[in-house]
Design a protein around this ligand. Sequence first.
Ligand code: HEM
Length: 168
Amino acid sequence: MKFRFKDRESQRKRSLTQRTSVSLPKDLYLVIIAMTSDRKVHTFDEVAKHNQTKDCWLIISGKVYDVTPFMEDHPGGDEVLLSATGKDATNDFEDVGHSDSARDMMEKYYIGEIDASTVPLKRTYVPPQQAQYNPDKSSEFVIKILQFLVPLLILGLAFVVRHYTKKE
Ligand code: HEM
């Protein structure tokens, strides 16, 4: 049977599986890939240190890219690339809707994999606490009375005004 491989990495994973006939966890694959090739597994802290125009590394889809030589030529500018350092920039990259040719260019800057266990977890949004329920119903009652009385007062006032301004 003929397989079509997306890239060299999946080809390597496939041949590992065929040779060992076992399904290995993803992290183990990364370690084996790193050991059997010159591709390195980087920790998040190590990657985050490269956060300058003259030394810029990005984490996109579990891979690490050294985009330093690309800073000046990046069509989106160097500032967006800098702002994508020190975090998982996958969403930033995908949100722009990069073209296929942009994705092909990435191979040139690829320097290794990220150790996913070292990437800080995204902070989940905690909604603000609801205002405490006020069991004191007295103010609610006053408001209801006023809602009823105010229109009556206006009506009464209108009758009084009409009565005194009516021509004989
Ligand atoms: C290795 C990583 C990257 C490569 C090779 C790359 C390459 C490119 C290329 C070739 C373009 C031209 C448009 C296209 O062909 O899609 C582009 C545009 C752009 N990129 Fe990137 N990019 C990378 C990472 C990023 C990241 C992480 C961000 C966001 C933080 C980003 C933001 C942008 C923006 C804002 C544009 C301009 C889009 C427009 O004006 O139409 N890029 N990039």
